[in-house]
Design a protein around this ligand. Structure first.
Ligand code: SF4
Length: 447
């Protein structure tokens, strides 16, 4: 919880020696409260204030970084509802493999996970993790599959076994991958914390009820081990929903530090609809890392699209880079279209041009990610600004075409655009992108 300047001042030496660059300890305290100064600037800060301020500046849900380059981040959330601010790190999705699965199935699944890639509104979506579950009873078999999964996909793993010795073998086999060991119980936690620390992995903790889970997570936290995930045990979709909500609410509203961690959930039901529903539950309500029972490309596409809708920042429009985009294989005589750099607008317009079979140039000026009418109303998509952009990118040297198609909704800018681009003819296109194909076929000659 954030501290006020006055609360911080009480913990400072009070000598007003100015060595921190502030005239008084109070002035320095106010800067600290506003996060405009670092405590290290005061050479006389006590151990107590270091501890208290350190805890106060921690996010309510701790960030855990996974993968060899720590690219996958979980947690870090500060709000219960996206509209309050934004969610920070989306629910990571993974696919499970059992070490008793047929070798051919494992090879196929690993290749599929490695190669899976889907582009949505300019973002490349991939499978985040691979889970390896020990069912064989053999630590060697389990560790060998972990190694193979990591070598094939280069993704962080979730290693699941009830046997601490097997987890230790697998953890060592993929040392450096910053994976997750699942899961430590009150009985095995001490042993597994050592294994996790020795090999640089995070540790999921589990317990039969929430009291025991809080006690275990709190114990690890107090001991200074911070890369913890919570794996609560639930037995129905309703309970899963309630428990996830409870954990997050306690962490954010009551500052209950033991539950200030991302969650891990294995979806056990192999039925496609049931597993999709369980994963939707996780994505919608605070899931940190969700493991699906098997690889299914269609299911992943569905879940990732839902996830994208929830975890995009509502305050930041998704945008594409302002530039001239070739659609198909345009040449100097190909038609020229213009639209805004709001991702959805760009992808819809470019898709419709592509569907028409015409190669073209799509001019996308900087519009701060706004859609056509919003950008026009905000003065970001005017005839003058489009003309200026066309000149700045050297389009007139690149193409011989001297016709540019503008969206039908902004027909009123055509005069200003013609003034800004002498020698060009402005064609007013359809209002809806869906009508572009028929417009192109009726009005333009394919290149
Ligand atoms: S250096 Fe420390 S003791 Fe000196 S004025 Fe700044 S806060 Fe106070």
């Amino acid at each position: 919880m954030a501290m006020t300047g006055l609360q911080i001042q009480k913990l400072l030496p009070g000598t007003n020696c100015k060595e921190c660059g502030s005239n008084t300890c109070l002035a320095f305290a106010m800067k600290l409260a506003g996060k405009k100064a670092e405590l290290s600037a005061c050479p006389y800060a006590s151990e107590e204030i270091k501890r208290v301020l350190g805890a106060a500046s921690e996010p309510p849900v701790r960030v855990v970084e996974l993968g060899p380059e720590k690219k996958l981040k979980l947690g870090g959330e500060t709000v219960l509802y996206r509209h309050e601010k934004t969610f920070v790190h989306q629910t990571a999705l993974g696919v499970n493999l059992n070490d008793t699965d047929p070798a051919a199935d494992i090879d196929k699944a690993l290749a599929a996970v490695r190669d899976y890639s889907m582009i949505r509104v300019g973002e490349t979506l991939v499978v985040d993790v691979v889970a390896v579950t020990q069912k064989s009873g053999s630590a060697e078999t389990f560790a060998a599959l972990a190694k193979k999964a990591y070598e094939t996909t280069q993704k962080p793993l979730v290693l699941r076994s009830a046997d601490p010795k097997a987890l230790a073998a697998a953890a060592a086999a993929v040392k450096g991958s910053r994976s997750v060991l699942a899961a430590a119980t009150p009985e095995t936690a001490d042993e597994l914390v050592k294994v996790a620390m020795e090999n640089g992995h995070a540790l999921a903790v589990t317990a039969p009820d929430l009291d025991a889970l809080a006690a275990l997570a709190g114990k690890l936290r107090d001991a200074g081990f911070k890369d913890v995930l919570l794996q609560p045990q639930t037995f129905s979709a309703a309970e899963q929903f309630q428990v996830n909500s409870l954990l997050r609410t306690l962490a954010l509203k009551d500052n209950f530090r033991a539950f200030g961690a991302a969650s891990l959930r294995f979806v056990e039901d192999d039925d496609l609809l049931a597993s999709t529903a369980a994963a939707v539950n996780e994505i919608s309500k605070y899931g940190g890392l969700c493991i699906l029972p098997r690889f299914d490309a269609a299911q992943l596409a569905t879940l990732m699209t839902l996830r994208l809708n929830i975890y995009t920042d509502p305050q930041k429009p998704i945008q594409v880079e302002p530039k001239v985009y070739p659609i198909g294989e345009p040449n100097a005589n190909s038609p020229v279209f213009v639209t805004t750099n709001f991702s959805l607008t760009y992808f819809i317009v470019s898709g419709e041009i592509e569907n028409s079979g015409t190669s073209a140039w799509l001019v996308v000026p900087e519009c701060e990610g706004m859609s056509v009418l919003t950008a026009w109303a905000a003065g970001k998509f005017s005839g003058a600004s489009i003309a200026k952009f066309v000149k700045s990118v050297g389009l007139e040297d690149q193409v011989k075409t001297r016709e540019i198609v503008i969206p039908g909704y902004v027909a009123q800018i055509s005069g200003e655009l013609e003034e800004g681009l002498p020698g060009w003819k402005v064609l007013v296109g359809p209002q809806e992108a869906g009508d572009l194909e028929s417009f192109i076929k009726a009005r333009l000659t394919p290149a």
